[in-house]
Design a binder for this molecule. Structure first.
Ligand SMILES: Nc1nc2c(ncn2[C@@H]2O[C@H](COP(=O)(O)OP(=O)(O)OP(=O)(O)O)[C@@H](O)[C@H]2O)c(=O)[nH]1
Ligand SMILES: [Mg+2]
Length: 681
């Protein structure tokens, strides 16, 4: 592979709803560029990008795949991303590695949930965007209507750059050589709409255009790039990955019009930490220090850890010594690769715009910055916004002794996916894995068993209930034990009162005249804490309580720590029993985005789940976001419920809001299930 200048590199991510044909389109582009001898198919599991065993089985992309190829003296790095909502972590992560987001739309199903979300994500990252309407060979597709809907949803700056002809068997170019007939609006009209839009970014050119009435494609190049950069133009092109219609033209557009890394908007980095951090942009200059950003890590069964990074600045070679983030010790690259699906091709260097990989460097993490000078310590990519992992499963090993391995494997798997979180929940004593949906976690479990041979069982996580009191009360206990020689003696009087929700716990010592000697006060507090942690009525931690110890008695010989711990615990338990204790449950803020037509069903359903609606907001593309709060315990099957109500078009996110008392029947049930631990004295 020859070396390339940055100007001859393109970085493009294929993003969009599942089933729009991104993976097959990548295959068609590779074939068109003669990078593969024949096209594979999704059905036979022979594509370059869906190479993983599970991807072949599911016939869907589950991870981002990178391929590179050369055509017309240009090197194209293409990232094929998963479109299923459960696997968006890697898709969003991939946006950091490219200059162009090609949002692929299925001509038959039109604008879908992930189409809209990807258009917005790409816009917020200031990527140049283009829309590829794929599957135009399908039956009964109404492309003129689809173009109208695209313009309604994403603006008039979405303009066809080519148009389907002969019933979708081929496409005609509307930019370079606008001539011939298309299946719908006139090619000339499409051409002038494009030129009108492009010249709007350049007043001088606009004047020339108005005077001469025509402008050459060469003169349009710079303003075209500017229009793309500013989001003033979003070209629409048409393809069939299956028949090959429009594929050559798409490749041409990528070579001739997609921005090279110095023409796109550079990704924003931050130097420094917290609010002092300063934003800066890497310079796509091969002569400067290296700045690379890791947008994907994967554990390959043969190669070990593979880290994929985009070179944003400088030149990486096999001799480069690179630092990882703020780490002091550099690693030597030794083998530098470019990626083609599952194959790695060793290359001598990577320049700005290249996507490269290094193997077996365990310290590299997703989102690490690689650089070759301590001047570049403390820099990070401006954080990307990922959807919150809200679907949790408690997970445990089936074999005793496997616990540490479970943690190691979870560590590895969560490192590959920014939308997997692993949490040790102390209050429920569970290891909870959280992801974006049921399918997301199912594939994680399958990898655990196939790749790591670890057997686990799962169940829905317990809800983190809390206990508190609603009235002030007093408690007293005298602990007295005489066993043979030395005895145990301690006596405690205390008061408890409820605090504001969320205030936590306060312990006040008001003992006068040494009725309880100072050294035993911590023992009393310890006894109280034992109850706070294990709960008094239903087995959940207690909160929002003030405990004031105000009197007691001690014995010069028999008073011991253990006696005051016990007396403190029992006095507190007695007081709680009189203080009208209740169980609290977590309430979450929820926002549900659904097609407008589903609004009634969704609000009705949330109300039946003890939820409260606080607002609704219209979104583009006929979608609506409904906000409110609802008890977390009511949402255990919400994902599948939402899927069935909206046919898969709905999505939701939740975030903890506050605690509220559970209804009396739930309290009764929780208290009934609780077996208080037997007291040991
Ligand atoms: N008729 C027709 N079928 C297509 C075309 N492109 C893709 N397909 C088929 O559509 C299905 C989905 O294609 P994929 O390439 O896997 O779609 P994807 O966008 O990668 O889907 P995810 O990986 O789930 O996000 C497969 O059965 C493809 O063979 C096309 O242009 N025409
Ligand atoms: Mg795919």
């Amino acid at each position: 592979m020859g070396s390339h200048s940055t100007e001859a590199i393109r970085g493009v991510a294929l993003v969009g709803h599942t089933g729009s044909g991104k993976t097959l389109l990548a295959e068609a582009l590779l074939h068109q560029a003669k990078a593969i001898p024949a096209m594979g198919t999704i059905e036979r599991g022979t594509t370059c990008c869906d190479f993983d065993v599970l991807e072949k089985e599911y016939q869907h992309s589950l991870r981002a795949a990178v391929v590179h190829f050369e055509t017309d003296g240009t090197r194209i790095h293409l990232v094929d991303t998963p479109g299923a909502p459960d696997f968006l972590g890697q898709s969003i992560g991939s946006l950091a590695a490219v200059d162009t987001a090609a949002v692929v739309i299925n001509a038959q199903t039109g604008i879908e949930l992930i189409t809209t979300r990807m258009m917005h994500w790409a816009e917020s990252l200031k990527l140049c965007r283009m829309i590829v309407v794929n599957r135009i060979d399908g039956e009964a597709v109404d492309l003129p209507a689809l173009v109208e809907r695209i313009q309604e949803a994403f603006g008039k700056e979405c303009l066809p750059i080519n148009l389907p002809a002969e019933g979708g068997a081929r496409v005609v170019d509307c930019f370079f050589n606008p001539s011939g007939d298309s299946d719908f609006s006139s090619v000339e009209q499409a051409h002038s709409a494009l030129v009108d839009q492009v010249v709007e970014v350049d007043e001088a050119l606009m004047a020339v255009y108005l005077e001469k009435g025509e402008i050459s494609p060469e003169e349009l190049h710079a303003p075209f790039e500017e229009a793309l950069r500013e989001g003033h133009l979003i070209p629409i092109c048409f393809t069939s990955a299956k028949t090959g219609a429009g594929v050559k033209e798409l490749l041409d557009i990528l070579v001739k019009l997609a921005p090279n890394p110095s023409e796109g908007n550079p990704r924003a980095f931050l130097r420094g930490e917290g609010s002092d951090a300063e934003e800066f942009h890497a310079a796509p200059d091969p002569a400067q220090h290296v700045i690379g950003h890791v947008f994907k890590v994967a554990v390959d069964p043969f190669m070990g850890k593979l880290s994929y990074f985009k070179v944003h600045q400088g030149t990486v070679t096999k001799d480069s010594q690179l630092f990882i983030g703020d780490g002091r010790k550099p690693f030597k690259v030794a083998h530098l690769f470019m990626v083609k699906g599952k194959d790695l091709v060793e290359v001598p260097e990577g320049v700005p715009g290249d996507i490269c990989a290094v193997a077996k460097v365990d310290e590299i993490q997703f989102d690490s910055v690689l650089h070759d000078s301590h001047d570049e310590d403390h820099i990070h990519l401006r954080p990307l916004e990922f959807p919150d992992p809200i679907f949790g499963l408690a997970i445990e090993t089936t074999k005793r002794g496997d616990e540490q391995r479970l943690w190691d494997v979870l560590d590895k798997l969560s490192a590959e996916d920014p939308c997997i979180e692993v949490e040790r929940v102390k209050s429920t004593n569970e290891t909870v894995v959280k992801g974006l949906g049921e399918l997301h976690l199912r594939t994680l479990l399958e990898r655990m068993s196939s790749q790591y041979k670890l057997d686990v069982k799962t169940h829905p996580p317990r809800i983190a209930y809390r206990e508190t009191i609603t009235a002030p009360a007093e408690g007293h206990n005298r602990h007295k034990k005489q066993t043979g020689g030395a005895g145990q003696f301690g006596e405690v009087y205390l008061r408890i009162q409820p605090l504001a929700r969320g205030a936590g716990f306060e312990f006040v010592d008001e003992v006068k005249g040494g009725a309880i000697p100072g050294q035993f006060i911590p023992a009393v507090e310890k006894g109280v804490h034992q109850v706070l942690e294990s709960g008094a009525i239903a087995g959940y931690p207690m909160q929002d309580i003030r405990v004031t110890v105000y009197d007691g008695k001690s014995h010069p010989v028999d008073s011991k720590e253990i006696a005051f711990v016990s007396a403190g615990r029992k006095a507190f338990l007695e007081a709680v029993g009189k203080a009208r204790p209740i169980v609290l449950e977590p309430i979450v803020n929820i926002s549900v985005t659904v097609p407008e037509s589903a609004m009634g069903d969704i609000t009705g359903d949330l109300s039946s789940k003890r939820g409260q609606i606080t607002g609704t907001q219209s979104q583009s593309g006929g979608m609506l976001t409904i906000s409110g709060h609802v008890p977390l315990s009511e949402l255990s099957t919400y994902q599948s419920r939402l899927k069935s109500v909206t046919g898969g078009a709905g999505s939701y996110s939740i975030a903890f809001s506050h605690y509220e008392p559970v209804p009396p029947n739930v309290q009764q049930q929780l208290v009934g299930q609780f077996h208080a631990p037997a007291s040991e004295d």
